[in-house]
Design a protein around this ligand. Sequence first.
Ligand code: G3P
Ligand code: CA
Length: 308
Amino acid sequence: MLVRLSFCLACVVSMIPLARAGEKSGVMAPYTKRTLIAHRGASAYAPEHTLPAYRLALEQGADFVEPDLQITQDGVLVCLHDSRLERTTDVASRFPDRFRMEGGKKVWPVVDFKLAEIKTLDAGIRKDKKFAGTRVPTLQEMIDLVKGKAGIIPETKGPELYAARGFDMGKMLMDVLRSNGLDRPGADARTPVIIQSFSLESLKKLRQEQGCKLPLVYLFGTANGLETAEWLKKLKETADGIAPRKTVIHDHPELIRLAHEQGMSVTVWTCNEQQKGRFASVQAEMQHLLDLGVDAIFTDNPDQFPRK
Ligand code: G3P
Ligand code: CA
C-alpha cells in the first residue's frame, strides 16, 4: 500500500515540471498550437489586403488571416492598413482633385470616398503589373473567402478617427461578425475570431458596450518600462493577450513568461525577409521567437513559418 502511494506521489511530482515546461514553451488560449498569422495576407508575394493575398495565405497554410479595417464615407468596413488610399492604390491618378492637404502633402482619406468609388481603384498594380485590376475588398468579401478555411484576426485601425466622423468601428465590426455567425467564441470551429487593436479604449468599448466575448489582444510597439506583472494584471481586465512588436520580445523575452503567468497569450509582429535583423532568414527569426515561447506570429511570408 505504502509502495503504491509512494509510486503515485512520485508520478504526480514528476508531472509538475512537465506541466510547467508545457506552459513555458507551449501555447496559451485562444491559440491551440503555435500559430501562423498571415500579415495583411501573404503580403510579401501579393498586394497587401487584397483577395489574392488572402487566397495565397490560405494556400500557404495560414492559421489566421489578418484584415486591417478602415471605413468608407458611406459606412462600409474595408480591408486596408492605411487611413489613406494613395500608398496602395492609383487614387491619385483616378481622383486627382479629391485630395486634402495634410502636413504639406496631398492625401486621399478612405473616409472621403464611397465604396463604389473605392471599388474603381486598382489595389494591385503598385505591387506588380500582374496584379493589375485587383480591388480593395470589403470585410464581408474577406470573410466570404476565408470563412471555413482559417481564423480571422481583424484589427480596428484608428477607431478614434472614425468616431469623430460618427462611426463606431467596434459596433460595425461586431455587426458584420454577427451577421456571419462569427461573433462568439466557438461559433465556427473552423473560423475562430480574435480582435486586435492598438487602442485599449476601443477594446474596452468592445467588451463593455458591445458585450464582445471574443478574445481581444492589445498591440503595442515599444517597451516603455510598464511591461511588468502589475501592468499585465491590470491589462488583463480588458485584453486576453498581448501583441508586442517583435523587437520588444527580442529585448525583453521575460515578457512571455510574465504574460503566460497571467494566462495571457503572446502574439508578435511582424516577421519578414526585409526586416530579419541579426537572423539569417525570416524562418530563423520565427524559429527563435517560437523557441522563446511566443504563441503566434504575424508574418508577410507564411510559407516560411517553421512547422514542427
Ligand atoms: O496587427 C499586427 C500588426 O499588423 C501591427 O502592425 O501596422 O502592420 O498593422 P501594422
Ligand atoms: Ca495590423
